[in-house]
Write a protein that binds this ligand. Structure first.
Ligand SMILES: [Zn+2]
Length: 118
């Protein structure tokens, strides 16, 4: 089990649904119906975990869905391919990487954004 909190989460979900009894002695008081529910519960938490998958960038965990497409990673100004989160930010905002931002955009953000639209 990779996530040490995983079992705790499942246990908590079961506890909320069936009360303490189910946790203390799962088998004794369980019928097939409850066991099916239990498995559903596990499947659901696994799915949620998948959806919340994260990528580590510069030591920071970021949700996968926040990431821009691979094709958008090349700066159109200097043609540098970047993996940096910092560049992502400037790429989204100014359509260029951080270095180009410093060189061409800083101090004249408004003009830059206007020229980008033309
Ligand atoms: Zn650039």
């Amino acid at each position: 089990m990779k996530d040490p909190d995983y079992l705790i989460k499942v246990e908590k979900a079961i506890k909320e649904k069936y009360g303490d009894e189910a946790i203390q002695n799962p088998k004794a008081n369980w019928d097939d119906e409850k066991e099916k529910d239990y498995l559903e519960q596990i499947k659901k938490s696994y799915k949620v975990r998948k959806e919340k998958e994260k990528i580590e960038v510069d030591g920071i965990l970021m949700p996968k869905k926040l990431f821009i497409k691979d094709s958008d990673r090349t700066c159109p100004v200097c043609n540098t391919y970047s993996f940096s989160m910092k560049d992502d930010l400037y790429m989204t905002k100014f359509k260029c990487c951080f270095r180009c931002y410093i060189q061409h955009v800083e101090g004249r953000e408004e003009k830059w954004q206007k020229s980008q639209k033309n």
